[in-house]
Design a protein around this ligand. Structure first.
Ligand SMILES: C[S@@+](CC[C@H](N)C(=O)[O-])C[C@H]1O[C@@H](n2cnc3c(N)ncnc32)[C@H](O)[C@@H]1O
Length: 270
């Protein structure tokens, strides 16, 4: 747990998500500071404490398995992005639905990807705009599989969803089945370096700035010439570094979209 000023919530959450935590709950205190309850396995807790303690005063406590990671489910809600509505399957659909709305039932389990985060929603909006019928998509760092599932629904004919976390693979497999796209979306544990050269028309990775910079060459390599990269999990001050790594790797025509502190970089393999 760590108590931070409201302005620091996105930065601290960004650091924690990059370290692979399973969930973050925010509680605004009467003094307007924000209590962040960060749920992760015991072995990851020390990494989080080390990363945050130079500037904040995080503390750690053991909780029964799942207790810290599942508390958010009580407060879960549906999220709308354009005409897409992402609904936790244990809730009724509480948003007003229009005739052309598309509803997706996504249970992230202990993975990331309920659409509660700005970066997920920005990626969903870009996919709805840029996925063209019949195209191929790679979702690197798929979490709940939400981006891959939406890509399949909006027209992709082949989608690979991959992640390094076991809980993400479990969650993605369930959500792919739940949303009826198992013929289109392949959930895979393959690492990005294992994909063949220039395989995909569109590559999406909502994965954090440090990881994006480290895998920039691979992300560009697996994108077809003229294909699109959609990269998120980037804080405002990190965008320049990510763009520079991608440019060196062979990407061009950069567009940066913003939602609060968060950025999504859209570019092409030139
Ligand atoms: C912020 S979550 C994004 C989940 C989902 N795609 C979304 O947009 O909501 C990032 C995911 O990337 C995964 N990840 C981190 N490093 C990775 C790597 N090197 N290769 C593949 N996945 C990775 C994490 O396990 C996590 O599930």
């Amino acid at each position: 747990m760590v108590i931070v000023d409201a302005d620091d919530v996105d930065v601290v959450s960004g650091i924690a998500w990059e370290l692979g935590v399973g969930g973050i709950e925010e509680h605004v205190r009467p003094d307007t500071r924000v209590e962040l309850r960060i749920g992760c396995e015991a072995e990851r807790a020390q990494l989080v404490l080390d990363a945050l303690s130079s500037k904040w005063s995080p503390t750690a406590e053991s909780v029964a398995a799942d207790e810290g990671l599942d508390a958010w489910r009580e407060h879960a809600q549906s999220w709308r992005v354009g005409n897409m509505v992402i609904v936790p399957p244990w809730l009724e659909t509480p948003l007003e639905l229009a005739d052309n709305d598309q509803v997706f039932f996504i249970d992230p389990g202990h993975a990331f990807g309920s659409a509660s985060h700005e970066t997920t929603r920005m990626c969903l909006a870009v996919l709805a705009e840029l996925v063209v019928p019949g195209c191929s998509v790679a979702d690197i760092g798929c979490g709940s599989g939400v981006l891959a599932i939406v890509a399949a629904h909006v027209g992709a004919s082949r989608v690979i969803a991959t992640d390094i976390a076991a809980e993400a693979i479990v969650s993605s497999l369930e959500n792919v089945r739940r949303n009826g796209v198992e013929d289109i979306v392949e959930v895979s544990t393959a690492k990005v370096e294992e994909f063949a050269h220039a395989s995909f028309d569109l590559v999406v990775a909502n994965i954090g700035a440090a990881t994006l910079c480290a895998m920039a060459n691979e992300l560009v390599r697996i994108t077809k010439l003229g294909g699109v990269l959609v990269l998120s999990g980037i804080l405002g001050e990190q965008a320049e570094g990510v763009i520079s790594a991608l440019e060196t790797a062979g990407a061009a025509n950069f567009e940066v979209r913003a939602d609060g502190e968060w950025r999504t970089v859209v570019c092409e393999r030139s």
